[in-house]
Design a protein around this ligand. Sequence first.
Ligand SMILES: [Zn+2]
Length: 81
Amino acid sequence: MPLPLTSAYYLAPGPETGAARVVHSDKCQVMPREGAEPLGAFESCAPALQQARAAHRDVNACALCCPACYVGSPEFEAATA
Ligand SMILES: [Zn+2]
């Protein structure tokens, strides 16, 4: 049986006003399960981010589970390169 190509993605509950909401995959270990908003199943983080951005202006990806979509600081990228 082939493995499914998609993962479920979630939008973490909003913190204080002005901070970006964060998209996580269902395999993330740091996602706050309580209050997380399901976005659906996607092949990668990119369409999940797109979906989240349709409803929320300020959205980022989780650096741990969605590093390919995470928009970080130059310091972070230098540290993980
Ligand atoms: Zn995550």
